[in-house]
Every structure is written in C-alpha cells, then in structure tokens.
Design a protein around this ligand. Structure first.
Ligand code: F0G
Length: 490
C-alpha cells in the first residue's frame, strides 16, 4: 500500500537534512564514451546541450523540465488512470488536488506550461498591450509577441550587483519601475506575469513582499481589470526560499506558503514538469469563472476536452500525486541540500557561480571563468561544450550569444547582440535523479574545462538554410541558432 500524504509529513528526528527521504527502486544506465568520441559527438552535433543526443550524456543538467524521477506512489497511481474522454475520474482527483495546491477554484489541465499559457494569453492580451514581468520565460514573451503585444521585464535591481552574493530575492520585480510604468501605461496592461522563481535570471527567488507590492500597484492603477498572474513552474521551490529567508515564514509549511503566494494572484499557469514532478503535464488556474469559460474553447481547439487538455488520465493521476510530493518540506529540504552540495563542489574547484545558488539549479558565471572571451564570443557556449568533452556533462549556455536579441536583418552579426548582465551556464538539477558523486564529477568537468584558459576558443554563429523566423517568433531563435568554435576545442 502507498505511503499516504499525511505519513510523508509527520515530524521526525531522522536526518532528512543530510540524506534524501527516499531510496532508488529503478535505475537508468549510461552509455560509456571516451574523450575522443565526445569530441566527435560535439562536432557532429553542433556544440550545444540542446543538440547532443542524450544517450551520449553522462550527467544531464541541460534542464530540470520533465527530467525528474517519479515515485512508486506516482507509478502506482498511473495504473488507476481513467482514460474516459469526458470528466474522467482522474480529472476529478486532479482538480481537487490542484484547487487545494493553488487555492483557486477553476482549473484547466494542459500537457505542459506553454499550452497552459496559451488560453490565458489568448483571452487576456490584445494587440498594442504591454505585459510586464520580472523576466518572462521565453514562451510567455513569445505569446505576447504572438498577440501583437509587448513583453517588458523589470528585473529587481540587486540582480545586477555582482558583489551582492547573499540577497535571496534577487529574482523579484523592480516594483518602483513597475509603478512608474503603470502611471504611464495602466490602460494598456492586461496582466503582470511574475515568474517564481526567476528562471532566466539565475533562478533567483521572489519574495512574498514583492508579490504583495505588485498586487498593491495593480489595485492602485487598475484601469481595465488588470490581473496578477504567477508563472508557477517552480513555485514550491520558491516557497522553500521564502520559508528559510523571509521573516515570518519559518513555521509555515511550503504548501501553506504556496497558497499564500497565490492568494494575491488572480490566475496562474504551471509547467508541472518541474515542481509537479512529472515528465509531462501542466495546468492553468483562475479565480474568475467567466474567464475560465472564455478559456475553454481555446483548449478544445488545440488540446482536447477541458478535463484533460492533452493529458492522459494516467498523467493526471501522476501529476496529482507529484504536486503534493513536490511541495513536501522534507523533499524540498533535500533538494536544496543537493543544489548547495553542487554549488560548493563548483566553488571548491574555483568554478565561479552566481550567488546565491537557486533552489533548483546552479548558474555558472562563465564570464568570470573564461574572461578572455567577451559577450559576443560566447564564453558560456564554449565552457559548456568543453565541459561535455571533459567528462560527458551537459548544461545550457545562457549567454549573450545564445539569448541576446538578434538583428533580424543580419542574424549572423553578433556585434549587435545585447549584452546580458552575466554570461551564464545553467546547470539545472533533475529532481530525485543524481547523487553526490555526480555533482562532484559535474563540477570537475567544469573545472577541467576552465583550466584550458586562453586555449578556449570564441564561438560564432553558423549560417543554415532555414527560412528566417517571423518577427513574432524571433525570441525563439535560441532554439534554432547553431554555433561553432573559431578554432578546435582543446
Ligand atoms: N515557465 C517557466 C518559468 C519555465 O521555466 C518553462 C519551461 C515554461 C514556463 C514553459 O513550460 O516547457 O512545460 O512548456 N522551462 C524549461 C526550462 C523548458 O528548461 O527552463 P513547458
């Protein structure tokens, strides 16, 4: 019989702060490779974590999205999946769990995060609108562009201070700038979309204070029913940061903190491939029944009926169980411990990281690790590729070369790429998948890569025969652009 949700939460004196509160039942083998093979694989597959065949990766931290291990509780719940088309039993179960998790009454399942964003953006955003955020995830800015609107990021100012290594809430929104923006454009703002935590800016946390202040600003200037929306892919992990670093939350459970964060919001969308602990899944939730009704036809048009949104009944079951496991305090404590272990393994070897380490990833400050390459030469692109050659470790380069805005007239001219505040490699940690020796080896790969110093070459974009992206899709260039080193990697 499955361990119940209640049993997973009882108080204990077991050392769950030192070792995971679970053990392994199924394992996945890695194909052994040699350095020479990895050099060939890299060259053949475009020097990017995105293009590498995953079977040749030893430690894969390209993303934490859908890459976690499900529990025995989730696998056994899947057997109970009801595959009826309309109002399957699994939907009823999932709906209740999602309502409880979010505190919102109206739920729409979707197969992943971006399909949860779709009906919201389609209903709320009109041409000429402006959509502020702390930093939109790639797909929410793409949805704004698609709707003929402009996504605008107001990044918390402390994020830009490289000497501030302790502030825990550098992922927030610059509320002063937001307020000034509302004074000018309130009638053009359909929603503010806060990403908690801020994935594209070092995975930094967002404070409860920032969420409340954003709510205050919206209420003060509201001219058209502006909504506060949270992008909650990793909200449980953000709640862990609040619990440990914001005054007044120490004694609250992360589930309570998640509900409080969402109590200030009108709606949310979730890629459940992160804190939902599933390999595929998502949902949106809203308070307003009329909005829920308006979203429904959009779901039917692309993803199926409103009770499954592109998911199987068994997927809904796994997600219902995963949402609760993913917000369990013992589990979150262990996750933070793993992230910190890896962050320290990097620091011990002289690999510069962005601090504080977030609650789900370690972001390597490649600009500092490879100082002879400037922002147009892809220091993170290079270090990430070299780390794979060193020991099969894959990560995501998020530097100015990869993510900067491109000139649509001349996409190969990198001199116009906007300089990012930091040249980052994101090492996103899959959930419940790796152990300490993996983290040590991943850090070792980065350190060995870094030790090549000035032998590490600049990268440049490669021309291909793809038609140019449409203007509204240009922000997605990072998924299609390919790069190569100007001289061979060491
Ligand atoms: N919002 C955030 C904050 C995300 O990080 C992602 C995906 C999405 C929305 C979209 O969700 O992929 O399920 O459609 N992030 C992945 C990543 C891809 O690697 O950061 P999705």
């Amino acid at each position: 019989m499955r361990i119940s949700d209640q049993e997973m939460m009882v108080k204990t004196d077991l050392p769950f702060h030192k070792a995971p509160p679970y053990r392994t039942k199924v394992v996945e083998y890695t194909i052994p490779t040699t350095r020479q093979q990895r050099q060939e694989i890299m060259k053949k597959h475009g020097y990017s974590g995105r293009l590498l065949p995953a079977k040749y990766v030893f430690i894969n931290m390209v993303t934490d999205s859908g890459t976690g291990a499900m529990s025995d509780r989730q696998w056994s719940a899947m057997m109970e999946g009801d595959e009826s088309y309309f109002y399957c039993r699994s939907y009823e179960y999932f709906e209740e769990v999602a309502q409880n998790y979010t505190g919102m009454p109206y739920i729409l399942p979707s197969h992943q995060g971006r399909s949860a964003e779709a009906p919201l953006y389609e209903c709320l955003v009109q041409p000429g609108d402006k959509v502020p955020s702390n930093t939109h995830f790639t797909t929410t800015s793409a949805w704004s562009f698609q709707r003929g609107a402009e996504p605008v990021d107001f990044v918390e100012v402390s994020y830009f201070d490289p000497n501030d290594t302790t502030s825990q809430f550098k992922g927030g929104i610059d509320t002063e700038a937001l307020e000034r923006y509302f004074e000018l454009h309130a009638e053009k703002i359909p929603l503010v979309d806060l990403v908690v935590p801020n994935n594209l800016n070092g995975g930094m946390g967002v404070s409860m204070k920032d969420i409340k202040e954003t709510r205050r600003i919206i209420d003060k200037y509201n001219k058209r029913g502006t909504l506060l929306c949270l992008d909650i892919a990793r909200i449980s992990e953000n709640a862990w940061i609040i619990k440990n670093h914001e005054e007044g939350y120490k004694d609250k459970s992360c589930a309570e903190i998640v509900r409080e964060m969402l109590s200030y919001a009108d709606c949310c969308h979730m890629s459940s491939k992160k804190c939902g602990l599933v390999n595929m899944g998502g949902f949106s939730a809203v308070r307003d029944k009329q909005l829920w009704y308006r979203m429904q036809p959009k779901v039917i048009r692309t993803d199926g009926y409103i009770t499954y949104g592109g998911m199987n009944g068994r997927d809904l079951e796994a997600l219902a169980v995963g949402l609760v496991e993913g917000v369990n305090d013992y589990y979150l404590q262990d996750r933070q411990r793993q992230v910190e272990y890896f962050a320290n393994a990097c620091k011990k070897r002289g690999v510069h990281i962005l601090e504080p380490a977030s609650s789900y990833a370690v972001y390597i400050n490649a600009g500092k690790c490879v100082p002879h390459l400037d922002h147009t030469q892809g220091p993170a692109t290079c270090l990430s590729a070299q780390a794979y050659i060193e020991g099969g470790f894959a990560s995501t380069a998020m530097d100015s070369l990869q993510r900067g805005r491109i000139d649509p007239e001349n996409p190969l001219d990198t001199s116009k790429r906007i300089k990012a505040p930091y040249e980052l490699i994101r090492c996103a940690i899959p959930r419940r998948a790796y152990f300490e020796p993996h983290y040590d080896w991943a850090a070792e790969c980065l350190a060995r890569a870094m030790a090549h110093g000035t032998k590490l070459p600049a990268f440049k974009p490669i021309a291909d025969d793809r038609p140019p992206l449409e203007i509204s899709e240009i922000g997605l260039h990072t998924f299609f652009d390919d790069y190569e080193p100007v001289t061979p990697l060491p």
